[in-house]
Write a protein that binds this ligand. Structure first.
Ligand SMILES: [Zn+2]
Length: 431
């Protein structure tokens, strides 16, 4: 009797070899635990199989009564079936078994489904869709863009078109979603809030992990009577995931817009372009101008991306050591315009990277900034920034020339995924 009970208790509805293999393959031989994505198969020295397999098929509901998340209502067949398994690396296989409250049946089913979908999408499109940041920019009837456009984004993007083809318009539509001065510039330039009769709209789709948020801005439509009666300024209608909203979540994206605007249009004073640029930076970072100047200390810039070094010499005075072999620091006025651009880039990227990793940044290089760099510097800037591999940073580079685009494409040819043509423009996206 006792023996019989024990046997029953110990009875395990294990996965067959075939089911294990099916689970591994549906999972792409990749651990399905959220955020892990560890590969679990590789070649080995083993002469027999030539493989090293480090994954396990974990039970969602246990194979035996004593195991975690056991479900007595399930049949033995269901318990040993593919739908009751999740593929994991050895660490997460153990973790799943030891932590049934953290890894509930519902959660495991969801993780399995999400991961298998992720694998399926990769197989279907050949693309690892990055899982965080702006994934699409849609707009209609803004500036020279009449009609509807929906442009997919990659992590890094290159926008190509001749002069006057709408590159700056595109950059400004994107930047508008970060609010503040960027929004104001966009709205002022296109009188966007007064374009309700033209059915103008702009929409940004943003994804983080497994949720997508779409923010749509359009001019408020007022009846003629109300417009006359109120005689107020036009308002903007905001929708988040198709629901009217009082405000758009600006924290979704932050934008650094590199343009000659920094130097000419944005502020009339001061005259010094470099000082002007730092004022813009303080504005974008939401901090005090003096604090930005105070941060230009040597120790903070020992490993800057483009190799510039900074030394504060007094109130709003800094000397810069340019990485060209010259052994001495120079005041910023002693540098060429391009050298100032590169120094400004270094400061900007360093200070932006000091912020929270939860903030998503887009670095936008409009033609007026990027085109002023020579071919070699353009390639260098593109290479360094696209190799940064910070999950919270996206880039958009604007170019006039097809030849330049080919050069940049070759730098990241293995990561190039798509070319989207719209109007007279092409957007190349990279992983
Ligand atoms: Zn894992």
């Amino acid at each position: 009797m006792t023996d019989h009970t024990l046997t029953k208790e110990d009875k395990r509805d294990d996965f067959s070899q075939l089911t294990r293999e099916l689970l591994a393959k549906r999972s792409g031989y990749i651990c399905a635990y959220p955020g892990c994505k560890r590969m679990t198969v590789a070649g080995s020295d083993d002469r027999k199989s030539g493989l090293t397999m480090t994954g396990v098929a974990a039970h969602i509901t246990a194979a035996s009564k004593k195991g975690p998340r056991y479900d007595p209502d399930m049949s033995a067949e269901e318990r040993a079936g593919e739908t009751n398994g999740i593929w994991a690396c050895q660490i997460h296989g153990k973790f799943i078994d030891d932590n049934p409250s953290k890894c509930s049946v519902d959660k495991l089913r969801r993780w399995k489904a999400q991961h298998e979908k992720w694998v399926f999408d990769r197989v279907e499109s050949g693309v690892e869709l990055f899982n965080r940041g702006v994934c699409r920019l849609s707009f209609g009837n803004v500036g020279k863009f009449s009609g509807d456009f929906a442009i997919p984004f990659g992590r890094n993007n290159v926008l190509v078109g001749v002069n006057e083809s709408g590159k700056t318009t595109f950059c400004q539509i994107l930047s508008a979603f970060s609010g503040g001065d960027h929004w104001k510039q966009f709205n002022d330039r296109f009188s966007f809030s007064k374009q309700s009769e033209n059915h103008a709209y702009i929409q940004l789709s943003h994804q983080s992990d497994n949720t997508t948020t779409a923010i749509r801005l359009s001019p408020q439509v007022l009846s003629d009577g109300r417009r006359k009666a109120e005689n107020t300024r036009q308002r903007i209608h905001i929708e988040i995931n198709s629901c009217p909203s009082p405000d758009w979540p600006r924290s979704l994206i932050r934008v650094l817009y590199f343009d000659t605007q920094l130097y000419h249009m944005h502020y009339s004073e001061p005259k010094d372009t470099f000082v002007k640029a730092l004022r813009y930076l303080a504005n974008v970072l939401g901090t005090d101008e003096d604090l930005v100047w105070d941060s230009l200390r040597e120790e903070l810039f020992t490993s800057s991306i483009f190799g510039n070094r900074f030394r504060r010499t007094g109130h709003r005075k800094v000397e810069i050591l340019v990485p060209d072999g010259r052994p001495f620091f120079l005041p910023h006025r002693g540098l060429s315009f391009t050298e100032q651009q590169m120094a400004f880039l270094d400061i900007t990227l360093k200070l932006a990277s000091c912020g929270s990793r939860n903030e998503n940044w887009i670095y936008v290089f409009d033609t007026t900034f990027f085109q002023r760099l020579d071919q070699q510097r353009k390639s260098y800037v593109f290479k360094r920034l696209t190799e940064l591999d910070r999950s919270n940073v996206q880039t958009l580079f604007c170019l006039n020339s097809i030849e330049d685009t080919e050069v940049l494409k070759n730098i990241q040819s293995d990561k190039w995924v798509n070319a989207e043509h719209f109007g007279d423009l092409t957007l190349h996206s990279f992983l």
